[in-house]
Design a protein around this ligand. Structure first.
Ligand code: DGY
Length: 325
């Protein structure tokens, strides 16, 4: 049922029905039904008279766009946990409240994190091709030999909510959990995982790397050639967070040389124009940024943003408000 709120919300990103519904039931809404990402000028024009703007990672809200938003806009809500597409200092200068969607997508992303590890280590892409092409001639002891992940050392770069959800799953695979993070977790959160203050020290003992750190300037290019060379030969590299944390040219070289046996990638620099080698290499198990892509999670993300917008409109600080300071 629609709440008697005079506030209009402009949903500039394309949302599936399951994700539009919570907004439609709560606010007076304008949706982007074009099926495409809007140009900045369309986002600005669509905000006319709206109190809140909903965007996602593909909508770049740089300082110029933020400065050009109509005065009516008080809240920007991003339909994502990542927020590097929004210039936060510019939002602060404009006194905007910025909301995002932490927690509600962590478990779904962690499920895909495990799929990336297994898909890469067990050569799922080549296996699928063999079955679907009709080229499979039957079971052979030497066919598509992969790498075990059970019993191996998992190095998690970025032990936030998603990293911890991956660690929880990996314990069930008897993996030994190591992590590098800006801060060490409390022992109760660590649950036996080994903290490494140095990323390099962790990489040197990592059989399977999971990149789960936030994107942005601080982490861009951190997994580069020098750091990949520190890993044991034949390691597995996976990325569930942001593509530009990995230096693509360096990873491709390591995949070609065998220094990295296989990669499982759900995110890429410059999506969807990804490094061309990722489309060709047999040892790359790649997904199209599917981490949070389940109907349940899409609905939860919308509900969380709606609750946050309502909180803010009633003068309270929403739990999913980003600190801009
Ligand atoms: C997120 O929530 O940050 C997803 O990666 C979509 O951008």
């Amino acid at each position: 049922m629609k709440e008697a709120s005079g506030d209009t919300v402009f949903i500039a990103c394309n949302l599936p029905g399951v994700a539009q519904r919570p907004f439609a039931e709560t606010f007076s809404c304008r949706f982007n039904d074009t099926g495409r990402v809007l140009a900045a000028s369309e986002v600005i024009a669509g905000c006319e008279g709206a109190t809140a703007l909903v965007v996602t990672a593909t909508d770049k809200l740089g300082a110029e766009v933020i400065a050009a938003l109509p005065d009516s806009v008080r809240i920007v809500a991003t339909y994502s946990v990542g927020h590097e597409h929004i210039d936060l200092p510019a939002a602060a200068a404009r006194n905007l409240v910025v909301l995002h969607t932490p927690d509600v997508l962590s478990e779904s992303c962690a499920d895909i994190g495990m799929l990336l590890m297994l898909g890469a280590a067990r050569r799922a892409l080549e296996g699928l091709h063999l079955v679907r092409s009709g080229e499979w001639t039957g079971w052979q002891p030497g066919q598509l030999l992969g790498t075990d992940i059970h019993g191996k050392r998992l190095g998690i770069f970025g032990m936030g909510r998603i990293g911890r959800a991956i660690a929880k799953r990996a314990r069930g695979f008897d993996m030994e959990i190591h992590y590098h993070n800006r801060r060490r977790l409390d022992p109760a959160e660590e649950r036996g995982a080994v903290y490494h203050e140095s990323l390099e020290v962790m990489l040197a003992l990592t059989d399977v790397l999971c990149v789960a750190a936030p994107g942005g300037r601080a982490t861009r290019g951190m997994i580069n050639g020098e750091r990949l060379a520190l890993m044991p030969a034949g390691a597995i590299v996976t990325n569930i967070s942001r593509g530009d944390i990995i230096d693509d040219a360096a990873l491709v070289a390591a995949l070609r040389s065998g220094q990295v046996a296989a990669a499982g990638l759900d995110v890429f620099a410059n999506e969807p124009d990804i490094h061309p080698a990722y489309r060709k290499l047999d040892n790359v198990f790649a997904l199209p940024h599917s981490g949070s892509a389940t109907s349940d999670t899409r609905r939860r993300m919308s509900e969380f943003l709606c609750a946050g917008i309502r909180e803010e409109l009633s003068g309270r600080v929403a739990s999913n408000r980003l600190a801009l300071g």
